[in-house]
Design a protein around this ligand. Structure first.
Ligand code: ATP
Ligand code: MG
Length: 404
């Protein structure tokens, strides 16, 4: 089954306000071919019933073809392995609490070690109460990640569909999610440096650029947020969670695809929330929100703050108009350790991504270019951003005092 034929054959998705819906699995849903196995409280989801059913017409019937001119991308459709439930139970030591890495709208994520070849993995177990929507997201995730490969997308190793069990096996990302390092840090945890933040912004933009500009037809990620950006030991970012991803408009005649509104509050583009019209620029808006989180260290929606500060974009937007006010946006945990020029550029990119009018938001390629420039500018003569990420180096740009 190709990705497109799967989508065209599927009925419009029924939304649930939370992904933990109470409906049962749809046992009729098939799975894509796979190679045999060698051996046996997060942000709430947006839901709206106001929009229309899928209205796309495929211009071609083929499989999305990542046209990977970039060296980091691969054209191979690497088939995911299938696993038996008992293999994954053994890999995670029976899903014991000590193996738990996190809990999301889909279910729980555990750290595990496969018998062969002893590889460390992350195993996501679909909550059995997540019903039809959960099963659909499982299928979309397997299909998307079997076809799309890039160094800034998390790698899918395989899946398990034994009986009513649904599990996904991913490459293990040792630093967990951006949310863990930016928004949920404990007092003894080192905050991310400015350079780490810019490096993560670049990695996430490259992942999105691949989906938007290199995959054919393009893929709209639809659920970009800090918990879906995972980090490896070098703070290289990888996008994860393709369960809500959608094929984008195909050809000049199609300006958008229509779908029921799904995503996460606080990250959702205004026109998408209003009309259900989904375009690549919907993702660009969500990227702008993540970028704002990186700059400010604030959550997209934070109900613990005063009313006028609870929505990050609404709070930040008046400050975009006056460059002198940019410093008010900066995460106090940075203690003034950031480059003034870098801040101006990062805020300018965020402001462009967050524009009301979708058409005038930048393309992801433009965002990648801006951040490539920014991170290159902050790399010292030894070419080491990582040094500063780990706190060993000092910025060579002018330090800006956030209190001035
Ligand atoms: N491949 C992975 N490697 C390491 N940790 C992971 C991996 N995937 C997920 N995690 C951890 O598990 C947590 C939960 O992830 P999950 O995707 O289930 O939920 P979420 O992103 O918070 O919400 P949502 O279900 O809306 O995407 C993440 O925040 C991260 O800390
Ligand atoms: Mg996630």
């Amino acid at each position: 089954m190709t990705l497109q034929s799967f989508f065209w054959a599927s009925p419009a998705v029924y939304l649930s306000n939370e992904r933990r819906a109470s409906r049962k699995f749809d046992a009729k849903n098939g799975l894509p071919p796979a190679t045999p196995s060698p051996a046996p409280p997060p942000p709430r989801k947006v839901a709206s019933d106001t929009t229309t059913e899928l209205s796309r017409t495929p211009a071609n019937g083929g499989t999305p073809n990542p046209q990977n001119s970039a060296p980091e991308a691969s054209n191979d459709n690497i088939a995911a392995q299938t696993f038996r439930f008992r293999e994954l139970a053994s890999a995670t030591k029976n899903f014991r609490p000590e193996s738990l890495l996190g809990d999301g709208g889909f279910g729980r994520v555990y750290k595990g070690r496969l018998d062969k070849p002893g590889q460390v993995v992350a195993v996501k177990q679909l909550d059995r109460s997540s019903g039809l929507q959960g099963n659909r997201e499982f299928l979309v995730e397997v299909l998307m990640l079997s076809l799309l490969h890039h160094q800034n997308l998390v790698g899918l190793i395989g899946y398990c569909a034994d009986g009513d069990q649904r599990l996904l096996v991913y490459e293990y990302m040792p630093l967990g999610s951006l949310e863990d390092h930016l928004l949920e840090i404990s007092p003894d945890q080192e905050p991310l440096t400015w350079y780490a933040r810019m490096k993560i912004a670049l990695g996430a933009a490259k992942g999105l650029e691949y989906l938007h500009e290199k995959a054919n037809p393009p893929v709209i990620f639809r659920d970009l947020k800090s918990s879906n950006i995972l980090l490896d030991q070098d703070y290289d970012a990888k996008l994860s969670d393709f369960g809500l991803a959608k094929l984008g408009p195909v050809g000049a005649a199609e300006l958008h695809v229509s779908s029921r509104v799904m995503g996460t509050y606080g990250y959702c583009a205004p026109e998408y929330a209003r009309t259900g019209h989904l375009t690549l620029k919907t993702d660009v808006y969500s990227y702008g929100v993540v970028l704002l989180e990186l700059i400010t260290g604030r959550r997209a929606i934070d109900t613990t703050r005063p009313t006028d500060e609870q929505n990050l974009v609404t709070w930040a937007q008046p400050k975009f108009k006056d460059q002198k006010r940019y410093r008010e946006l900066v995460d106090p945990l940075l203690q003034g350790e950031y480059a003034e020029i870098g801040l101006s550029q990062a805020v300018a990119v965020a402001a462009m991504c967050l524009q009301e009018e979708a058409e005038v938001r930048p393309f992801t390629t433009d965002v990648v270019a801006a951040f490539s420039h920014l991170t290159a500018a902050s790399t010292d003569s030894e070419g080491s951003i990582e040094k500063r990420v780990d706190g060993e180096g000092k910025p060579d740009e002018k330090k800006m005092d956030g209190d001035r």
